[in-house]
Ligand binder design. Structure first.
Ligand code: SF4
Length: 315
């Protein structure tokens, strides 16, 4: 590892022998936490367009979206291999036949993997069977991207997540039983969460043997319940320095084998009341990397808690 943490680019280079690029694909899906199935209104930070602000219109077919994004990325980076990323809302929240048709259509030339973002309570054997069959038949890798956000189940209730920690554990264990990679999404600075929650998140994901993580700072999207709290002055957001400290601690406790897709998220400023302390995301990433070097620390430095550490003195 050249860097002080395992960057996803290095992880993919090891796996595919070259750089690969994600192509966002938007499906006409919603989320059971928005339509009343397991909640209404969604997570308190979730805006009308979910996470898909960079997506092409969902009215376009999967094939068209992949073709357009692929042309753009190929011209810009001379890319040869791609991951189709079903990004927005909960992409397994569909009848199984419809889901099967979408993932089949995502198997375009030079697409080496499909990454499917969904909620833990939308992971079910039936869908995993479809993906396992697709993997065998088309020789394509599968990553399940699961929103967890925090391991603190009281905070999960406060953000109206509509599921607890147990559902995430179940979805991860199920996906791993099928041999799929899992990427967990975490927000490091949710109100109410402290450093102990950040450390426990890193330890839990390491114990679960997930393959990737994506870290975010909380941003405030206009029109959300979080925005109401923010505008009423009832939301306390920590400082950027605190976020940097949390990211470093998370990395120290994280298994060195887990690839980091992001150290900080991105959101369009026009649509938000608060994003990344009005700093560029790359600036915050750079600050974390600089601090890791200054303190001579690295991912996995404190990953010494697995496999019965108390009995190691007898071995
Ligand atoms: S689970 Fe995702 S899509 Fe559903 S409400 Fe929460 S953030 Fe939005």
């Amino acid at each position: 590892m050249n860097s002080r943490y395992l960057m996803i680019s290095e992880h993919w280079r090891r796996q595919y022998g070259e750089k690969v690029y994600k192509l966002p694909v938007g499906l006409p899906v919603t989320c059971p936490n928005r339509d009343g199935t397991c909640g209404v209104g969604g997570c308190i930070f979730c805006g009308e367009i979910g996470a898909g602000y960079e997506n092409l219109p969902e009215s376009m077919t999967v094939r068209e979206q992949i073709a357009i994004n692929r042309r753009h990325i190929q011209a810009k980076y001379k890319a040869e291999k791609f991951i189709a990323y079903l990004q927005n809302f909960s992409n397994t929240y569909l009848p199984p036949q419809q889901f099967a048709a979408y993932v089949e259509e995502a198997c375009q030339p030079d697409v080496v993997a499909i990454a499917i973002a969904t909620r833990p309570d939308c992971v079910n054997d039936k869908y995993l069977d479809i993906l396992a069959e697709l993997r065998e038949r088309r020789g394509i890798d599968i990553t399940i991207e699961l929103g967890l956000q925090t391991v603190n189940y009281r905070t999960l209730a406060w953000i109206n997540r509509g599921h607890g920690l147990a559902e995430f554990l179940d979805a991860t264990l199920q996906s791993r039983r099928f041999g799929f990679d899992v990427c967990a999404h975490i927000i490091l600075n949710l109100p109410g969460d402290e450093m102990i929650d950040v450390v426990e998140a890193a330890k839990t994901l390491s114990a679960l043997n997930v393959q990737q993580v994506k870290l975010h700072a909380l941003y405030v999207v206009k029109g959300t319940r979080l925005a109401e709290l923010y505008e009423r002055g009832e939301l306390t957001l920590g400082s950027c320095e605190d976020y940097v400290e949390r990211a470093m601690a998370f990395l120290e406790y994280l298994s060195p084998d887990i690839a980091v897709q992001r150290l900080i998220g991105r959101a369009p400023e026009a649509n938000t009341l608060f994003t990344n302390w009005s700093m560029g995301w790359w600036k915050i990433r750079e600050t974390i990397e600089t601090r890791l070097t200054e303190l001579d620390t690295w991912q996995g430095k404190r990953c010494d808690y697995l496999n019965g550490p108390a009995v190691k003195k007898f071995l």
